[in-house]
Design a protein. Sequence first.
Length: 193
Amino acid sequence: MENQLTKDQLLEILEGWNRILRRRVRMIACGGTAMTLIGVKASTKDVDFIVPNEGEYKYLTSMLKDIGYELRTSWQREDEPFRFDLFRENRIHTTTLLDSPLEKEMHTLLLEYSHLYIGILNDYDLIASKLMRGTTVDFEDCIALAKGRKEQLDLTRLVERFHRMVDLDISEDRIRPNIDVFLERLRERDGNG
């Protein structure tokens, strides 16, 4: 797929980043990137990571500048069609997570290079944050993840977490119904709607 990154292509880029780093940087995959890295999606068009520690964020972005990345609307290199969105602390776009993604049970380790730690955001925050954006692709991704994790996913816990996150958002009235739309679409896909 043109301008789409597969898991293997993304890991190859991250290995390159690891080679230039001289100290530890922890990145937590979110959005379509997380979905790609765990095998729910075949590829992603842009790359989303949270770098929860401010010092690590500043160090990583400084190192990226040194190898030719520029911050436009996202981090991008002239010779690469891929965009990298690096979010600070516990934020994804305009969504504020309830906890630091570095806290216990807020992510799972995907792999750890000599300096670069790659985690995957927990399923509840991953789904809730995508539902906060609420695009058609976001709904499809959330349904795919929920179906793939059917046995592990507690929908009551998901709904509660989503509503707590929405309480922190300025667009609360617009996005609160997204959880009901998601649950209805999930039931329809399961044939129980």
